[in-house]
Each structure stands twice: as structure tokens, then as C-alpha cells.
Design a binder for this molecule. Structure first.
Ligand code: EPU
Length: 441
């Protein structure tokens, strides 16, 4: 078992190049399976979830070559239409193989997908959309697999009742080669989806977005491409907070600030500053850190993935902050760990009138298992602790907490962090963090 040992309190200084987006890389690997020609993907982060998707591309019959951050994929023939449970359960994106498998082999068997345990995370909205396109999909609780087949996927008009990021992407992937014009209404707005659309269009797809509507003119064939994917917005936010909390000395590159406005707006309200210098952006504090009230929302709102690092940031603000999580029912896995370090955080449940509309997850008024909001009482000085990482973004939060805490912290569950951040400890070490990995049997 791997653990991280972090001696907190060091000022960080130096350059950090932000990686390519995890949540684009995973999807373009699926998109690459829609053609029998060679596809080259550049700026791919070398992370656990990408390795899982590479394994799955290989499993269904693809040849994959990895050279630095460039991946070449060729799926000449689909050889396997069953996604194995032990690989599929590692990431939620594995369910998206439904699209290329139904498109090219007319059948697929995929396990109930995995990913971070931050809520129930069903794929009912994806399944409903695919059924509208002519797929027959049955979930068998005896084996835990979705059994899907189709004589041919056809175009349709489909409106998502509730917003879904990967659901929107699954529908795009399924319809890009379907006969006719598909119209997806109430489609999600994340920039990562638009990058997937650009990728597919570079393969010959005919997809355009008009606000929350996405129109796909089906094409018979897609061809190979060479494409560089966008930067990772979550990694950027993580390093921005790391910089602001450790002396403001990190120079971040490979970022497009126009895709970060919902973060910058709230960061500015908290008194956060940033400056651009040549190709670098430096996030820093020059005045008091102010408390904030944040509600996470799908894009263009404040991202759910940012709430953990933001909660940590707010432990250092002067006053009480609130964070209301509306996308997932259970994304506060880091709270118990921050409390071990001395953070003063409590849960509460805001009264919401139209809860079913307000929450992005399938709201069940009878389910009281989780709280939906926290109050962070700042400012608290954090100290070292032995900590357990429960999920990817909780991992980033806890690691940043250890970096600013007094004393030596030990972090378990490092594989969760490695699922989504490339060589985090190596990159932090290079800018002055006192951090080392230890393998423990
Ligand atoms: N939902 C359903 N049924 C569905 C689809 C979604 O109930 O059929 C629920 C989800 O359980 C969740 C909410 O609706 O409560 C929103 O889900 P959505 O489909 O929008 O997101 P996702 O596919 O679970 C993706 C990213 C997440 C990111 C969110 C929001 C990938 C692989 N995952 O998740 O990323 O937080 O969109 O942008 O793209 C991460 O990177 O750490 C991560 C969790």
C-alpha cells in the first residue's frame, strides 16, 4: 500500500504546467473507437483513469501506443463487446463504451459503472436516451450488467429531464454515426463536452451546439485525426488554491482563464488575486481572505469538483463560509479528515422549496442519509494527522491541507489521487514541497 508523507508549512515556488483534461481524455479514448483508422491524441494526462480506459480500448480490440503524453489508438475491428467488471468498475467513463460498441458491433454488455464513491451515480438518463435511439437495454441485477443490443441506432430528438455531463457525451458519441439528425435538448454545457465535439468534428463528425441544444447530423464514417485536448480545469483550480495558500509563488501555464470564470468570480470575492505574466498565471493573496457562500452547480456554475479544495481554502478565511453541494448527494468525504487536522466544519441542511428541481442528483425526500451543506468556521490553524483519501477530489483537498498544516501528515489511499492527477507528488516536490511516497506492505 502506498502512502504519502508530507511535512507541511513549506512555501511553494516555481513553474507548473497544467496537464490535459482528465474528463476529456477519457471520452476521446472512447470516441477513437468509433473509427477503424488511426487516431492520435496529444496532451493526455498520464493518470490511473486514463490507464483504465487504455486497458478497455485494448480489451475491445484496439492497439494503443503511449509515448509521453501522446497516445495513438487504432481499433480496426471490435473483438470483444463485454466490458469486464474488474476494469469497468474502476471508472464511470467505462459505461460510455456502450456508444462505440452499439455503433460498430450492435451489442454491448457493460457492468454498472464505478468511479468515485460520491453518490449513487446511476446512468438512467444515458440509458433512456440510448433507448430512444433504438437500443434495447436491460439491466440484469443477477449479474450486475447492462445488456444492450440494436439493429441500428437511429437519430432522434431527446430532452434530458435533468442535466448530465457524461450522459450528454454518451448521446453525442452514439449519434455521431447514426442515420439522420439527432437533437439533444437540455444538454450539459461543460467546456469538456465542447472539446469532445471538436475532437469528433476533426474526425469528420457534424456536430454543433446552440446553447443547451446539440445538433448532430449523422455521418456514415469517421476518419482518423490528430488532436490536442484542452487543459484540466480541476487541476488548475487545485494548483491555484495551493499557490494562494502557500505564499503565491506558483506560476501556472497551459491555462485558458476564459473557461474558469465561475471560479475566478468567487475567488475574487474571497479577496484572491491573480496576475498574468507572459504565458504564466500566478494566484496569490495580498489582503485578508474573506468568507464566502457557495452553491455548486453544473457549468456555468461553480463546479462540484472544486468544493473540497474551496472548503480547505475557507478554513483559512476570517469568518464563517457555507458550501451547498447540489450535484452529488455525498461529496463531503474530506470533511472528517480536515476535522482531524483541526478544521471547524459542521453539516447543515438548507431548506429548499423545489428540491427535485434544485438538486442535480435524483432527489429522494425520504433519504436522510446525507447532509447537503457544510459551514466552515474560519480561521483555523491546521495541524498534522494520519489521513485517509476517500475519492479523487477529496485526495487533492487533503493533500493541500497537509501542505499547509503544521507537522508531518501521512496520507493513505494515494491511488485515488493518482486516478486523476499526473505525478502530483513529483510536481509539488519540484516547487519546494516536502513530500515523499512510501510503499508499505
Ligand atoms: N445522474 C443520474 N443519472 C444519470 C446521470 C447522472 O442520477 O443518468 C446524477 C449523478 O449521480 C450526479 C448528477 O446526476 O448526481 C450529475 O451527474 P453527471 O452525469 O452530470 O456527472 P458524472 O458523469 O457523474 C462528470 C465528471 C465528474 C464531474 C461531473 C460534473 C466524468 C468521468 N466525470 O460526472 O468528474 O464532477 O461530470 O461536471 O466526466 C471528477 O473528475 O472527479 C469527477 C467526479
Amino acid at each position: 500500500m502506498k502512502k504519502l508523507i508530507v511535512n507541511g508549512g513549506k512555501k511553494l515556488k516555481g513553474e507548473i504546467a497544467i496537464s490535459g483534461s482528465k474528463n476529456v481524455a477519457l471520452k476521446v479514448l472512447v470516441a477513437a473507437c468509433l473509427t477503424d483508422e488511426e487516431v492520435t491524441i496529444r496532451n493526455v494526462p498520464l493518470i490511473g483513469d486514463v490507464n483504465t480506459m487504455i486497458d478497455l480500448v485494448g480489451w475491445i480490440g484496439g492497439k494503443v501506443k503511449v509515448k509521453g503524453n501522446t497516445i495513438t489508438v487504432r481499433v480496426e475491428k471490435i473483438r470483444n463487446t463485454i466490458i469486464p467488471l474488474e476494469i469497468g468498475a474502476k471508472t464511470r467513463a467505462s459505461s460510455m463504451f456502450l456508444a462505440p460498441l452499439l455503433c460498430r458491433a450492435k451489442r454491448a454488455k457493460i457492468p454498472n459503472p464505478g468511479g468515485c464513491r460520491i453518490g449513487a451515480r446511476p446512468i438512467d438518463r444515458h440509458i433512456e436516451g440510448l433507448r430512444k435511439m433504438g437500443a434495447s437495454i436491460v439491466y440484469d441485477s443477477k449479474d450486475g450488467f447492462f445488456h444492450a443490443k440494436t439493429s441500428d441506432l437511429h437519430a432522434c430528438t431527446y430532452k434530458f429531464e435533468k442535466n448530465t455531463h457524461t450522459g450528454t457525451e454518451t448521446m453525442i458519441l452514439a449519434s455521431v454515426r447514426a442515420k439522420g439528425k439527432t437533437v439533444i435538448e437540455n444538454a450539459a454545457l461543460e467546456p469538456e463536452i465542447d472539446d469532445l465535439i471538436s475532437f469528433l468534428n476533426s474526425m469528420g463528425g457534424k456536430i454543433r451546439r446552440v446553447g443547451k441544444t446539440i445538433i448532430i447530423e449523422g455521418v456514415e464514417k469517421l476518419h482518423g485525426t490528430s488532436y490536442s485536448i484542452m487543459f484540466d480545469r480541476n487541476e488548475t483550480m487545485t494548483f491555484a488554491i495551493a499557490s494562494a495558500l502557500t505564499g503565491g509563488g506558483l506560476y501556472l501555464s497551459n491555462i485558458d482563464l476564459s473557461k474558469l470564470t465561475s471560479f475566478l468570480d468567487i475567488y475574487r470575492k474571497a479577496g484572491g488575486k491573480w496576475e498574468e505574466e507572459n504565458d504564466f498565471i500566478r494566484f496569490y493573496m495580498s489582503s485578508r481572505l474573506l468568507p464566502t457562500d457557495v452553491v455548486t452547480k453544473p457549468h456555468p456554475g461553480f463546479m462540484t469538483d472544486w468544493q473540497g479544495p474551496w472548503a480547505l481554502f475557507m478554513t483559512q478565511a476570517e469568518g464563517d463560509s457555507t458550501i451547498h453541494e447540489s450535484v452529488y448527494e455525498n461529496r463531503f468525504g474530506y470533511v472528517s479528515e480536515l476535522r482531524k487536522m483541526g478544521a471547524n466544519i459542521d453539516y447543515f441542511d438548507p431548506k429548499i422549496k423545489n428540491a427535485d428541481e434544485f438538486y442535480n442528483f435524483n432527489f429522494n425526500p425520504k433519504d436522510n442519509s446525507y447532509h447537503h451543506a457544510i459551514r466552515v468556521h474560519g480561521r483555523t490553524r491546521l495541524h498534522n494527522a494520519v489521513l485517509q483519501i476517500s475519492d479523487l477530489r477529496a485526495g487533492a483537498t487533503i493533500l493541500l491541507a497537509a501542505l499547509i498544516a503544521k507537522g508531518q501528515s501521512v496520507l493513505y489511499g494515494v491511488e485515488q489521487l493518482e486516478r486523476g492527477y499526473e505525478n502530483m507528488e513529483g510536481r509539488l516536490k519540484r516547487v519546494g514541497a516536502d513530500i515523499r511516497v512510501k510503499d508499505e506492505n
